[in-house]
Design a protein around this ligand. Structure first.
Ligand code: AMP
Length: 415
């Protein structure tokens, strides 16, 4: 079933959203992007004459009640965004009555699902090495089914609009779907958009295709780097990864972030790129700093020759030119991970060069997808989010989807 085709009139809809919004110390929302992202789905259901049971996680309470991560803190913001009152169920596993009395147009928000360990389905307080772990896991999986069944019992129809958690097989993201037939479960609008954006990248690739991978470490991105190698024309590896590659080639990287146990891996990536005819773009110069601080002294130097006590925190001017040259003529672009410590205003130039080139290519007709927490924060910092084709709400989910993995949250609905 698709959300557009379904008439929610008189139906109760259980909607999994990602309301894992950042809060300040006073419990105020500092960025409501995720709430706004879910509005088209939520409003469609209300406008049809349905009622809403909204469920989400927030943070990592690890199966325990934690007032700092209570969704009650965002109830009023959700009500304001929807323009209607929102009721609150203080225990997501004990909301049968509240759900049963919901009338068309009414909204019930369930408490943070992860206050129950059953949501994630992982045993709590037992180490993986413990001999009883497997048994505990099996028991927890069965409790997870019970929890999912309980959630399902609240509603007539299930909608998953939480792309950020689609790569997890949790009670609310996947298991719950087993309790609805194919005509009564569907992806929400945000999910549909995310799936389409990934599809644009994976099938129907317009060339040249350039992927830009940044961030701090090679180790966390290796899966996707290897996978992209078969698809892209240009692969830009930047950010902290730069220095692992420089060291692997015999460079002196000073205090720069460097994964010494990944030097062989770096050389292997270079070899594979050559074999596959991929234009691998690595940093050649950097903005080095004498401390990990926005106010540090800086100098431009070769990534192969960073003085002792200095560390590369951003891409240098020659490297930025290479980025621009590769990106601007591209027709398909994927960006995940900044090219420097963009959180410091003095080390944003590399990421800014990437963002500017992507914006230009997009104006020239490229499809550009920016995803993963830090790149989204980065493009927002530059105020350029509206000038790329699509900004994904998914971090891990986006990368796994692009690696070609089947996401449990999507498979549970689409089969
Ligand atoms: P990741 O979570 O792996 O995508 O990494 C994102 C983080 O990498 C951001 O917080 C950046 O500040 C950081 N980063 C990017 N370039 C560097 C660098 N040259 N040195 C240290 N950290 C970096």
């Amino acid at each position: 079933m698709t959300i557009d085709k379904f008439n929610f009139a008189g139906k109760k809809a259980l909607v999994r959203v990602d309301f894992n919004v950042p809060l300040d110390d006073n419990g105020h929302i500092t960025d409501d992007t995720r709430i706004r992202g879910a509005l088209p789905t939520l409003k469609k259901i209300l406008n049809d004459g349905g009622s809403l049971i909204i469920m989400s996680h927030m943070g990592k309470p690890k199966g325990k009640v934690n007032a700092k991560l209570s969704l009650s803190q965002i109830k009023d913001a959700v009500a304001k965004a929807l323009g209607t009152e929102v009721k609150f169920a203080a225990d997501s596993a004990d909301a049968s009555e509240a759900a049963a009395t919901l009338r068309p147009g009414e909204v019930l928000l369930l408490e943070n699902l992860r206050f129950h360990p059953e949501e994630e389905g992982k045993p709590v307080g037992i180490d993986k090495a413990d001999p009883t772990y497997d048994e505990a896991k099996k028991a927890m999986k069965s409790l997870q089914k019970e929890f999912a069944k309980k959630l399902a019992s609240y509603a007539d129809v299930y909608v998953n609009d939480a792309f950020g958690t689609a790569h997890r097989r949790h009670a609310s993201t996947a298991v719950v779907a087993d309790y609805f037939d194919a005509d009564h479960k569907m992806l929400g609008y945000l999910m549909e958009k995310e799936v389409k954006a990934v599809d644009n990248i994976l099938s129907d690739i317009k060339r040249p295709f350039t992927a830009i991978m940044g961030g701090s470490k090679v180790s966390t991105k290796i899966g996707i780097i290897e996978n992209l190698m078969d698809k892209v024309d240009n692969l830009i590896l930047c950010g902290g990864m730069t220095y692992t590659f420089a060291k692997a080639q015999g460079g002196n990287v000073g205090n720069s972030i460097c994964e010494n146990d990944k030097l062989d891996l770096a050389l292997d990536i270079m070899k594979k790129a050559k074999e596959k005819g991929v234009n691998l773009v690595l940093g050649i110069d950097c903005v080095a700093a004498d401390a990990f601080s926005n106010d540090a002294n800086t100098q431009i130097c070769s990534v192969m020759d960073i003085p002792e006590g200095w560390e590369g925190l951003d891409a240098g001017p020659e490297t930025r030119k290479l980025f621009t040259q590769a990106i601007e003529p591209s027709k398909t672009i994927l960006w995940n991970g900044p090219a420097g410590v963009f959180e410091f205003d003095n080390f944003t130039a590399g990421s800014r060069a990437i963002a500017d080139a992507i914006v230009k290519a997009t104006k020239d007709g490229a499809f550009s997808l920016v995803g993963g927490g830090d790149s989204v924060a980065c493009i927002n910092k530059f105020g350029l989010a509206d000038e790329v084709s699509y900004v994904s709400t998914g971090g891990g989910a986006l990368l796994e989807a692009i690696e070609g993995k089947v996401l449990p949250g999507i498979a549970a609905i689409k089969g």
